[in-house]
Design a binder for this molecule. Structure first.
Ligand code: SF4
Ligand code: SF4
Length: 381
């Protein structure tokens, strides 16, 4: 049966193992049979996960990213229905699917309805994004993480993530699904404010706009109202073209500008996971329809690489590490990159796309003792 969440203050950190188990259901189909396809493998994967221990007797939150607008690369509703059936069979008292409060209403257009999923879709922080618990933190300009109330009040969490690229932090997976999706809109904004990396000195600027012309990514933008340069860090790959184009030295690169945002993500993830008892959280990453950018943007491009499959683990660091390792050497398929996107230097496909090292999130989560990057892959065929 579920243990009460009232005795949270005595919760202990997970004892780290030398290597964590990560289940891997490959997308490749060995035979032309329904039971060889990914949904069938997903069912067999769920049968191998400790669903009863995680779900029995408790309220279970299934946190996913429902996407936005006409985006169509999020996790298909069929998989969520299969998961909900398993959660119910494992003895959950109540189960709901959740995402940011301001995104769930419109998700019905993309098939995320109670009828299809088998569970209601509710805003993580209530209908108006105000149901939250404040967690005090101290990191640069960040003073609190407001964890969504419906997440914090749940007994168990299934962290169901669509793994894809992300302009601000290289990639979005299990860490980002919690850090940005289990908090209020206000906290999301404060996390984004940690971004940086270019220093613009308006006093030296002669307003020639050569920097804007030099930026092929659309990251250097001219603010007509304020008559000054602005940088959209989501698009910036730190290529220095604007710096080199500037005739007066008004722009300088400050190293590692993308790192504080990733540190903020790991910090928020720690606060969210800290509200659950040990053994009551599962992380499932879908490495399917892997796109350049995040799903919130309704900018669904063709898949960057062939579908990899589904990964699952009780260890968030291990499942993220395995997801990154399985995509590291990916070569974007013809036609998968938006205009103006060229690969830059980097050790991972997402770093070559976005100029941001995706392993920073892993390192920071490990430093926060959320798990281990050492994993053993166990195939589910
Ligand atoms: S560093 Fe490159 S991507 Fe970033 S704003 Fe300058 S030109 Fe654009
Ligand atoms: S290139 Fe330099 S001087 Fe010209 S608008 Fe950009 S920042 Fe200002």
């Amino acid at each position: 049966m579920a243990t009460s969440k009232t005795a949270q203050t005595t919760k202990k950190r997970r004892v780290r193992k030398p290597a964590a188990e990560v289940l891997f259901a490959p997308a490749a189909v060995a035979r032309l049979e329904a039971k060889a396809t990914l949904p069938a493998k997903f069912q067999r994967m769920l049968a191998r996960l400790p669903m009863k221990r995680v779900c029995d007797g408790g309220t279970v939150a299934v946190k996913m990213h429902v996407g936005g607008g006409i985006g169509f690369t999020t996790i298909p509703p069929l998989f969520i229905r299969l998961l909900i059936e398993k959660i119910k069979a494992a003895g959950a008292k109540r189960v709901f699917v959740t995402d940011g409060s301001l995104t769930v209403d419109a998700a019905t257009a993309r098939g995320y309805t109670t009828e299809v999923l088998g569970a209601p879709l509710v805003g993580a922080a209530g209908v108006d994004d105000t149901f939250r618990y404040k967690h005090k933190v101290r990191y640069k300009t960040l003073r609190s993480i407001d964890v969504a109330g419906n997440i914090e009040d749940a007994d168990a969490l299934i962290n169901l993530s669509h793994f894809k690229g992300h302009g601000d932090c290289g990639y979005g997976g299990a860490c980002k699904n919690l850090a940005m999706g289990c908090v209020t809109q206000e906290t999301r904004g404060r996390l984004h404010q940690l971004e940086g990396g270019l220093k613009y000195n308006e006093n030296l600027c002669i307003k020639c706009r050569k920097c804007v012309e030099a930026c092929t990514r659309g990251a250097a933008r001219w603010n007509d109202e304020r008559d000054r340069l602005e940088i959209f860090y989501h698009h910036c790959v730190y290529c220095r073209h604007c710096v080199l184009a500037c005739p007066t030295g008004a722009i300088k690169i400050i190293g590692g500008g993308f790192i504080p945002f990733q540190h903020g993500l790991a910090l928020a993830t720690k606060e969210v996971l800290g509200t659950f008892d040990k053994g009551r959280v599962l992380h499932i990453n879908f490495l399917t329809q892997i796109t350049v950018y995040c799903d919130c943007w309704e900018f669904s491009t063709p898949a960057l690489i062939p579908d990899v499959g589904i990964l699952a683990s009780e260890d968030i660091v291990a499942v993220e590490s395995a997801s990154l390792d399985l995509t590291r050497d990916g070569q974007p398929l013809p036609g998968s990159l938006p205009p103006g996107h060229k690969l830059v230097e980097g050790r991972h496909m997402f770093e070559r796309l976005h100029g941001k090292d995706p392993y920073i999130q892993i390192q920071r989560m490990e430093a926060a003792r959320l798990g281990t990057p050492n994993y053993r892959l166990r195939k589910v065929n």
